[in-house]
Design a protein around this ligand. Structure first.
Ligand SMILES: Cc1cc2nc3c(=O)[nH]c(=O)nc-3n(C[C@H](O)[C@H](O)[C@H](O)COP(=O)(O)OP(=O)(O)OC[C@H]3O[C@@H](n4cnc5c(N)ncnc54)[C@H](O)[C@@H]3O)c2cc1C
Length: 593
């Protein structure tokens, strides 16, 4: 298995050549105070070091050994404690946090790349700090001053971790069904009682305290999602002076034995009259949780990308070394027993699919992160547009990057032939780890429904129009002949996306099932089109820089051409299926299945 190497050159290309991130940061006062290019470069370099040297090397053993559970206590995989200590001592838990409480206030454009590095190194490890960062965002946005003072500083310091407790055995996608109860107390706190399942990092030995964000309902709350509130429930109670007090009746009942992310503790959590504190307003818990969930959804998208990047690096190294067969055009290495498998069209197809999807996903995730930064720190029109595009593209990031990421991990495994199926090579771990990213944090089916029903139909196409207008403006400004090979198919793709959107909205007037049936295909049509927009922009820069003779731009341009030739056309069959109508799905009785 190749050692993981952070693709820093590509990350810097995306930040400074594609999006001119340094200029964006300088133009937004709240960000200009925190970050400039020198700081950002130093951060990414240091993060690359810790990901390559401290985290990636512990991933295989973590996969093999997994998590321990004895006498109600969870122990993490070997070397996790040491790596987590190094991570927190480096200040990484504070990276995106609110500066008022000890955070570093770095923009999402930077933290997204940091997340990619962590996830390429080891998704299991990444989950502990990433969930804590997500919970921190929710507390910073919706928590009272008291909660922020008491908990955020310790979470940013890495002393305490956090978990997200939504799922119950009978309530997954449909959180309106949850049964966990919150009873108001005279001192303003609540007693929380209920059982949550599948809780990532619900218990572990990395930190002295774990701060659970728990969804629960008051006894008189309205039925369904409108009756859900959010509570902060510490594993160990925290005294007024910030010291740790008694245990808070929070226990781990068992841990799950899973297909992948073996070194991430997935826990059944029991709350038994545990003391909790309201976050945000009563019955507005889902809104508060969505601050965390939207952060996590993009983060989960990046997990898919992270695994795919590592898989590509492994597969490329293997393909260059592995000698099997001869090139169809005659031996390429006549003095060797056989040519390397790099000579075979099918292997090149898989490698180029991975390369084009990975670099495209990285650039697109940075674009979405940029919109989140505009939404969070910007003002005026840029903020409004940032809010629109980040809302529209959050489900896309989660589902499209993880579907593409899983495809890429499988392709990387395939390039290894039989060895890809054997554990010691590490490719099967990446496939196993990537698979969950399509399921948790709202399945990809739920993401597709969120995109088409809530975001697109809910705004009567308005949010999608914001994206389409931006692409059309770019097309109109791209007049040079040398860009025609990209602009022509991009124009067709974005026109077709607009037509498909109008077609589905129209059909939904007669039958809402049209949206449910088309949602997954629609999300992918959007994904391939959005990626084409970003690839066209990367191709433009590469064409302009070809004179430098730098192979990086040659490779980028070629990969753009590959994307347009071999991946963008996938949208055509997806449009056909999206338009095929709901009847073929619903006109069959359940008994006939
Ligand atoms: C390893 C792991 C870690 C996890 N970590 C956490 C965590 O930290 N915190 C937490 O709270 N939860 C966590 N989860 C739970 C996870 O988020 C849920 O499993 C997931 O959201 C799906 O819920 P479910 O399993 O109940 O499936 P269900 O909701 O029962 O869905 C079953 C199927 O029906 C489909 N479906 C359901 N409703 C709809 C709909 N309206 N439209 C279209 N399709 C639909 C789904 O897409 C899916 O294919 C974790 C799960 C796992 C396996």
């Amino acid at each position: 298995m190749a050692d993981y190497r952070v693709p820093l050159r590509d990350m810097n290309f995306i930040l400074y050549e594609l999006f001119k991130a340094d200029e964006i940061w300088q133009s937004i006062p709240k960000l200009a105070e925190q970050v400039d290019r020198d700081t950002a470069e130093a951060i990414l370099q240091e993060c690359a070091k810790i990901s390559e040297q401290e985290i990636a090397p512990i991933a295989r053993q973590g996969h093999e050994v997994g998590v321990g559970f004895e006498n109600g206590k969870v122990t993490t995989a070997p070397k996790y404690k040491e790596a987590f200590k190094t991570y927190t001592e480096g200040g990484w838990s504070a990276l995106g946090g609110d500066p008022q409480y000890g955070g570093m206030g770095m923009p999402k454009m930077l933290t997204a790349l940091h997340e990619e590095m962590l996830c390429s190194a080891d998704i299991s490890f990444s989950l502990y700090p990433c969930l804590t960062a997500g919970a921190g965002l929710s507390i910073a946005k919706h928590g009272s001053e008291v909660l922020k003072e008491k908990y955020l500083t310790r979470m940013y310091a890495g002393d305490w971790a956090a978990s997200m407790c939504l799922t119950e055995s009978h309530a997954g996608s449909d959180l309106g069904l949850i049964r966990t109860k919150a009873l108001p107390q005279e001192d303003g706190s609540y007693k929380i009682t209920g059982n949550k399942i599948f809780i990532t990092g619900g218990d572990h030995d990395l930190t002295e305290n774990i701060i659970h964000l728990v969804l629960a309902k008051l006894p008189d709350a309205p039925a369904g999602p409108r009756g859900i509130s959010l509570f902060l429930v510490p594993k160990i109670n925290v005294n007024e002076d910030g010291s740790l007090g008694d245990a808070n009746n929070v226990s781990c009942g068992s841990i799950e034995h899973k297909m992948g992310i073996n070194a991430s503790a997935t826990c059944v959590m029991n709350f038994d009259d545990s003391q909790g504190f309201l976050v945000g307003e009563l019955n507005k818990g889902l809104t508060c949780m969505f601050t965390m969930m939207n952060f996590e959804r993009i983060g989960v998208g990046i997990q898919g990308l992270g695994a795919a990047v590592h898989s590509y690096q492994n597969a490329l190294e293997y393909a260059k070394d592995r000698l099997q067969g001869r090139a169809l055009t005659g031996a390429k290495s006549p003095n060797k027993e056989a040519d390397s498998i790099m000579v075979h069209g099918d292997v090149r197809r898989m490698l180029l699919n991975m390369k084009a999807l990975n670099e495209g996903s990285r650039a697109l995730s940075s674009y979405i992160a940029m919109q989140l930064d505009y939404a969070t720190y910007g003002t005026g029109e840029l903020q409004v547009k940032g809010e629109a595009l980040s809302a529209l593209m959050t489900p896309l990031a989660k589902a499209f990057f993880t579907d593409m990421g899983f495809e890429s991990t499988v392709a990387g495994q395939q390039i290894f032939g039989g060895h890809g199926f054997i554990r010691e090579w590490g490719q099967e771990q990446l496939v196993r780890d990537a698979r969950i990213t399509q399921i948790y944090e709202g399945t990809n089916g739920i993401q597709a429904m969120d995109l088409l029903l809530r975001k697109v139909a809910g705004s009567k196409g308005g949010l999608m129009k914001v994206f389409i207008d931006e692409v059309n403006t770019y097309i109109n400004e791209s007049t040079g002949d040398n860009m025609a090979e990209f602009i022509k198919p991009l124009t067709k793709a974005v026109t077709d996306l607009e037509k498909l959107t109008l077609h589905l909205l129209d059909k939904a007037n007669d039958d809402i099932n049209e949206l449910g049936g088309a949602a997954n295909d629609y999300l992918h049509v959007f994904g391939y089109t959005a990626m084409a927009y970003i690839w066209a922009r990367m191709a433009k820069i590469s064409l302009d820089k070809l004179v430098t003779g730098d192979d990086f731009y040659q490779s980028k341009l070629h990969t753009a051409r590959y994307y347009f030739a071999r991946l963008l056309p996938r949208r055509i069959s997806l449009i056909e299926t999206a338009k095929s109508g709901a009847e073929v799905l619903f006109n069959i009785d359940d008994e006939m299945f």
